[in-house]
Design a binder for this molecule. Structure first.
Ligand code: GDP
Ligand code: CA
Length: 305
């Protein structure tokens, strides 16, 4: 059994390769829910949907989120009522949100609805929300504290990050199956996701970090930072906001207490020795995933060690 820790787009790109190298049924993916929020009365789970749509082969690959070829007439109509429409919710995507919200209202947990949604999409891989409890990532800026999606999508990540708050982290429990998936895995892969707001959130849920330390699984992470910069997204701004160096080494330090092996890019070979000093093995290879072949090769490199 293989278990992956995942955010959204970076993780989904890697997982596309992984499910071609291992039996998709043997894979469980623990997904960040810190980006979840309520909008228009709907429960939005951005990272759960990105991972599910990508593995189902229906994601808009250019954007990395949403349905391929979706339209946005619902949002346009909503705008007429004076609603804010900065969060892009396509017409086909809307069905997932209506269904999720309806089932949550009927008393199902987020885990249970996720099982249903993945079933409807024909997925064989198990997708586990990190928690079923309310957990929201908020970013502290000069304009005040705001939900991560507001910082990211509405304001285009333009604010200086002064801090990051995980609302609900003090009480949120891991969702059903999460700790088991870590404890019973042979291999745990930390996907190349945002180390603060995608992986950092998962690691902040009670018991998850300890389960990782305890697990006999081989624990491998792929750096989301190449040549001192994220491939995409605001990881650099968030790391800087927390006083963490924007480098593979900086990320390795965040995972050092449980990690066995860190995969870094060939251009970062100069950091290898310093990461090894943290007690982590380092593999150096090409970790920029441009094509499906890149994704498969990276997955093979991890699985076949
Ligand atoms: P989000 O929730 O959609 O922002 O997605 P994630 O947190 O999963 O992914 C964002 C991270 O993915 C960023 O820090 C990127 O640097 C990283 N990323 C995206 N594409 C690649 C890639 O091809 N290779 C590596 N190593 N990292 C990537
Ligand atoms: Ca996300």
């Amino acid at each position: 059994m293989i278990t992956a820790l995942a955010g959204g787009v970076g993780a989904a790109r890697f997982l596309t390769g992984l499910v071609r190298v291992v039996d998709p049924k043997s894979l469980s993916v623990i997904v960040n829910t810190g980006d979840d929020m309520e909008l228009y009365g709907l429960h939005i789970s951005p990272d759960l949907d990105i991972v599910a749509y990508t593995l189902a082969g229906i994601v808009d690959e250019g954007k990395g989120w949403g349905f391929k070829g979706d339209t946005f007439q619902f949002l346009e109509s909503l705008r007429k009522f004076g609603c804010e429409t900065w969060f892009n919710l396509g017409d086909r995507d809307l069905a997932t949100h209506v269904y999720r919200t309806m089932r949550l209202k009927q008393g199902l947990t987020l885990s249970e609805v996720t099982v249903e949604i993945c079933g409807a999409l024909g997925l064989e891989t198990t997708i586990l929300p990190m928690t079923n409890d309310k957990f929201e990532t908020h970013i502290v800026t000069n304009e005040g504290m705001m939900h991560f999606e507001e910082y990211m999508v509405k304001r285009g990540a333009k604010d200086v990050v002064l801090g990051v708050e995980f609302l609900g982290a003090a009480t949120a429990q891991p969702a059903d199956g999460v700790l088991n998936a870590i404890e019973n895995a042979e291999l745990v892969v930390v996907c190349p996701s945002n180390p603060v707001v995608s992986i950092g959130t998962i690691l902040s849920v009670k018991g998850i970090r300890d389960a990782l330390k305890r697990s006999n699984a081989r624990k491998v992470a792929i750096s989301p930072i190449i040549a001192g910069a994220p491939v995409k997204g605001p990881a650099d701004k968030l790391l800087r906001g927390l006083g963490v160096e924007v480098s593979a080494l900086g990320v390795a330090k965040l995972y050092a207490d449980f990690l066995d092996t860190f995969i870094i890019d060939s251009v970062d070979i100069a950091e290898k020795a310093r990461i090894e000093q943290l007690g982590i093995d380092v593999e150096v290879t090409n970790i920029l995933m441009r094509s499906l072949e890149d994704k498969i090769r990276l997955a093979e490199c991890i699985v076949e060690r």
